[in-house]
Design a binder for this molecule. Structure first.
Ligand SMILES: NC(=O)c1ccc[n+]([C@@H]2O[C@H](COP(=O)([O-])OP(=O)(O)OC[C@H]3O[C@@H](n4cnc5c(N)ncnc54)[C@H](OP(=O)(O)O)[C@@H]3O)[C@@H](O)[C@H]2O)c1
Length: 466
């Protein structure tokens, strides 16, 4: 494989399907470097984002719904040379108004919609007076958006939360009493880490939300995937932006403020999760947008709907059933019926009956075939649920302690406390660490650890995003 810095279209390799042979797809955009202000490159080789060729030579039209923390990071890191970006805020569309959402026709103009909007005030969401609004924004609106996208052939990436996992108690190894003189077990202890990793939630694990916020988000996930199994739900957790997004108030910016004011806060030390630096998530989402756009442009969903395909492959997604030899002529016929432009953009085709890496001639075009299992795996990872959360699990206490340690010139310290000492209206998951391994299968860079980025989060090594 050849990697090209600067986005020069040099490849003749089907990167998404992992096809190791030339497949005639030229002009792939491998590296649209994601750059921060000041010229620093966030990701050297993993910033592959959108695929100009995938949309027929024009930029990918992406619509981000929501203007909050994640949206701002995505906007700041948008590869604007290959993406035509629209941002839809509350002023343009009130997601609490179902009639307004249902009547909105703008999703059809996008290739990919990324829904970051949500009712995120988890404690306010417990207020009975707010429940209708919470449900409308977090459950009904995503369903309506997903339907509109499905009807228009637009892909949807919908962002969800670790709060869909609410009720798992802390394992014995992590449940030692915490207090002023008893900090929680260190996540850097290999044994602790082994326990945490062993319990981390995979994206296929059943949800069990407890808080109204989590229940409503879980319902939103269901509605999104029911509308179109090719839509993608991306669960993330514990977003941190700190001084990188000065207008945003998150946990990191609150800790910075307290430290600078000389306040020593009590911070809960018996909730374990996956702190995620928002820029890492933004980069992963842009990569995902590129993959999703590519899948759509390949025509694979259409091909899967062709008569050669079985309607179901375990999780309701149509997947080609090409295991029998008689399917070969039908596949060839389906390809022959495709408009030439679509065919030219069709990089690879699943057809084990045609033989691994066998080339089939359709008209004057040669189309490479690909191993069924490999593509089935890729397809299964493309639609459905993905986890995209930081790689260093921790408690809030650990995160706060790292932030305080990185901020010079203060005498304040972080004091561990229990959830019981810090009661909130919404129950918090005691353990909601997410396993983001499936992202790697898709060739997408999972968010990294937060500890290496605390200097950016506290502004000691400034990295403003806009
Ligand atoms: N923050 C985290 O730690 C975290 C953790 C896990 C998952 N997530 C998920 O990640 C996504 C992004 O989170 P975030 O931190 O970026 O959230 P955020 O900063 O709270 O932004 C939420 C956005 O949703 C918009 N919104 C809320 N109600 C709306 C309505 N009725 N109509 C239109 N827009 C509405 C807000 O608009 P206004 O600005 O006008 O209110 C805001 O732009 C969400 O889906 C969230 O569930 C976040």
């Amino acid at each position: 494989m050849v990697w090209a810095v600067g986005g020069k279209p040099v490849l003749r390799v089907c990167w998404w399907l992992g096809c190791p042979v030339e497949c005639g797809w030229q002009g792939l955009r491998w590296l649209a470097d994601v750059r921060l202000e000041g010229g620093e490159t966030v990701t050297a080789q993993d910033g592959a984002v959108a695929e100009r060729a995938a949309a027929g030579g024009r930029p990918i039209r992406v619509m981000i719904v929501g203007t909050g923390q994640l949206s701002q990071a995505m906007q700041a890191l948008a590869p604007t040379d290959v993406v035509d970006l629209t941002v839809l805020g509350r002023a343009e569309l009130d997601l609490a108004d179902a009639a307004e959402v249902a009547a909105y026709g703008g999703f059809a103009a996008a290739d990919v919609v990324v829904c970051t909007a949500a009712f995120t005030q988890v404690d306010v969401a417990e207020d009975a007076a707010q429940r209708e609004q919470v449900w409308a924004v977090n459950a009904s609106a995503p369903g309506l958006i997903a339907q509109a996208c499905a009807e228009a052939g637009t892909a949807l990436v919908h962002v969800s939360t670790d709060y869909v996992f609410g009720s798992r108690p802390l394992p014995e190894e992590l449940a030692a009493p915490v207090g002023v003189d008893s900090p929680p077990p260190s996540p850097q202890d290999p044994q602790v880490r082994q326990v945490v990793d062993g319990l981390a939630f995979a994206s296929a694990d059943p949800v069990d939300p407890e808080a109204v916020y989590g229940i409503s988000k879980a319902a939103g996930e269901q509605q999104v995937l029911a509308a179109d199994p090719w839509h993608v739900v991306v669960r993330t957790a514990w977003l941190l932006s700190g001084e990188m997004l000065p207008g945003v108030r998150d946990f990191a910016s609150t800790m910075c403020r307290l430290a600078r004011s000389g306040v020593s806060p009590k911070v809960v030390a018996d909730q374990w999760g996956s702190p995620t630096v928002v820029t890492d998530l933004a980069v992963a989402l842009w990569q995902l947008v590129g993959r999703v756009a590519l899948v759509r442009a390949c025509g694979l969903p259409d091909l899967m709907d062709a008569p050669v395909c079985a309607p179901d492959a375990g999780r309701g997604m149509p997947v080609a059933d090409c295991s029998q030899a008689e399917h070969k002529p039908r596949i060839v016929a389906a390809l022959a019926a495709m408009p030439p432009q679509r065919l030219a953009r069709l990089a690879c085709l699943v057809a084990p009956g045609m033989g691994d890496r066998e080339a089939a001639q359709v008209g004057d075009q040669w189309v490479r075939t690909q191993c069924f299992d490999e593509l089935a795996e890729q397809l299964a990872a493309t639609g459905g649920v993905l986890h995209a959360a930081g790689s260093e699990p921790a408690t809030w206490f650990h995160v706060a302690a790292e932030l305080f340690a990185a901020l010079p010139g203060h005498a304040a310290t972080v004091v561990p406390c229990t959830t019981a000492e810090y009661p909130t209206a919404a129950p918090r998951p005691a353990f909601s660490v997410l396993d983001s391994g499936k992202l790697t299968q898709l060739g997408i860079t999972p968010p990294g650890g937060y500890r290496g980025q605390v200097s950016h989060l506290v502004g000691v090594a400034p990295r403003p995003l806009g």
